[in-house]
Design a protein around this ligand. Structure first.
Ligand code: ZN
Length: 84
């Protein structure tokens, strides 16, 4: 039974050993089919949400970088005044 066919669901990761599931690409855990267009939509949405998160992180970095520049300039100006 070492080479028993299995079907692993791309959506939830569950693996089925049921020959019917394997043949038809059906997941008994989340009740989705291998070729379910909703499955593809879920994968795309998950990817988009990751990209969205990346965009938020980049925006936060841009804000912090601008703030750091602002504080550095303020510090340099203060030091210049002190030196005069
Ligand atoms: Zn599944």
């Amino acid at each position: 039974m070492a080479d028993q066919a299995t079907y692993t669901c791309a959506h939830c990761g569950a693996t089925s050993y049921n020959p019917n599931d394997v043949r038809e690409g059906y997941c008994g855990a989340c009740h989705r089919w291998r070729d379910d267009p909703l499955l593809l939509a879920d994968l795309i949405l998950a990817e988009m949400s990751r990209l969205d998160e990346l965009a938020r992180i980049r925006a936060a970095i841009a804000i912090l970088t601008a703030k750091e520049r602002e504080l550095t300039e303020a510090h340099e100006n203060a030091a210049r005044v002190f030196m005069e």
